[in-house]
Ligand binder design. Structure first.
Ligand SMILES: Cc1ncc(COP(=O)(O)O)c(C=O)c1O
Length: 435
């Protein structure tokens, strides 16, 4: 009786949502979750059921962290304006933020979303080079403004892709490990894209890449993988944009930024999601020269970007990362969880490869290991069953078959034990033949 009542209530909510937000407004899971509360790594639904959050990197320092909430409330009850008045919070924040980068990256513009940050980054590269061409991978997502949605391959742009965009094949460490040896194949593809832009009289402004290739399925990249591609871009006078929306703020456990782990210094860095622990704040960091060129060309202003409340929140997030040693935690718990996940491949034939870095890890699922045929349907089924067992996670990758585990950073070893234990059971239920 109770359960059918819940189903009716959930059905009503879903149809109300479709009516008001549009039928294609995306929801996770076959049976969507109605969340009402969050604390740390836990989320609670309308019936009081508890879920381990193994997906949401936005709640970077944990859902509703009291230090962040307190900073938000304090500043919101004091003053909230915009960046055309003097205020110290944005200066304190930019000083603190840029101190985590190479010395060349010393200035910033604050925005409200990662999409806006990437949009600015593209315009910065265009202003700095006087050219329009941009390169990205063919299995990526960098946001949803008109310009950056041109780089997205999931939903091709209406009217076809813009003339200034070239997409290069995303590396696939599982299916083509040979091409991964030193990034030469990737570098060659970038050179070809540059030649094509030059041939069409467009020229190169830059390349935009997530250093973890997170949306591409976070392939295992050897050290120096990007070197050849970066070299090609710089030889052609282009700029390198690192999209740190996914790997930034210590997620990979070894470095504060994904590009530091990957071993290159970009000209422009963008960030978003984890920066405000759920509050909409994002940023573009670059050199003072590039920023000056951009400001001369566009005189940029963003009404909400960098407001005092956003800056108080973003500062509080940095406090918690430092005070709770979350980078070290990501390193420790990420390695521990991978250590638990790897042996599952001995028991479940559907696991093709286990990979990841810090608290961003997962497994590529296949129909059979010998054929390496991607199994997005199994990945879907696993995510749905995990949800019913009280663990939230997702899937990603070139073929949509990579289990994506990317929890809030205070994720503990005990949380990892629980997650991997449930995953082992679920893979046993859905994965077919055991190896
Ligand atoms: C790599 C990457 N860049 C940019 C974005 C866009 O960020 P936002 O949704 O804040 O606009 C996303 C969002 O998922 C992303 O994954």
């Amino acid at each position: 009786m109770g359960q059918s009542h819940e189903k009716v209530a959930e059905g009503a909510l879903v149809s109300r949502r479709s009516r008001l937000l549009g039928a294609k407004s995306q929801l996770f899971y076959d049976e969507p979750v109605h969340l009402v509360r969050g604390k740390g790594v836990w989320l609670y639904d309308a019936d009081g059921r508890k879920y381990l959050d193994a997906y949401n990197n936005v709640a970077h320092v944990g859902h509703c962290h009291p230090h962040v909430v307190e900073a938000l409330c304090r500043q919101a009850s004091l003053l909230n304006t915009h960046t055309r008045y003097l205020h110290t919070a944005i200066l304190d924040y930019v000083e603190r933020l840029t101190a985590t980068f190479d010395a060349s990256l010393s200035t910033a513009i604050l925005t409200c979303t990662g999409s806006e940050a990437n949009d600015i980054a593209l315009r910065m590269a265009q202003a700095a080079t006087g050219r329009m061409g941009v390169i990205a991978t063919d299995a990526t997502y960098h946001g949803n403004t008109t310009a950056v949605s041109q780089l997205s391959t999931r939903m091709p742009p209406v009217g076809g892709r813009a003339r200034n965009v070239r997409l290069v094949p995303a590396p696939d460490s599982f299916r083509h490990p040979d091409a991964m040896a030193n990034g030469k194949a990737f570098g060659d593809a970038v050179r070809e894209a540059i030649a094509s832009l030059e041939q069409d009289g467009i020229g190169l402004s830059g390349i935009i890449l997530c250093p973890l290739l997170a949306n591409e399925g976070f392939p295992t990249l050897p050290n120096g993988f990007f070197d050849d591609a970066m070299c090609a871009v710089r030889e052609a006078g282009g700029l390198v944009i690192a999209d740190e929306v996914q790997p930034g703020f210590g997620r990979t456990g070894s470095h504060f930024w994904g590009h530091q782990r990957a071993g290159f210094v970009p000209d422009i860095v963008t960030m978003g999601k984890p920066m405000g622990n759920g509050h909409p704040v994002a940023a573009v960091v670059t050199s003072s020269d590039i920023l000056a060129t951009f400001r001369n060309a566009f005189r940029y202003f963003n009404t909400f970007g960098g407001n005092p409340v956003s800056c108080a929140v973003a500062n509080a997030v940095l406090d918690v990362i430092e005070q709770e040693n979350l980078l070290a935690n990501a390193h420790d718990v990420g390695a521990y969880a991978l250590g638990l996940l790897r042996p599952l491949a001995d028991r479940h034939e559907c696991i093709g490869e286990v990979r990841g870095a810090g608290l961003f890890f997962g497994a590529e699922l296949v129909r059979a290991r010998k054929t390496r045929e991607p199994a997005p349907d199994i990945a879907d089924e696993v995510a749905n069953r995990m949800r019913h067992r009280g663990v939230l996670m997702g899937k990603t990758g070139i073929h949509g078959n990579v289990l994506k585990i990317r929890p809030p950073m205070p994720f503990s070893r005990a949380n990892a034990d629980f997650l991997i234990g449930v995953l082992d059971d679920v893979l046993g239920e859905v994965g077919g033949v055991s190896a």
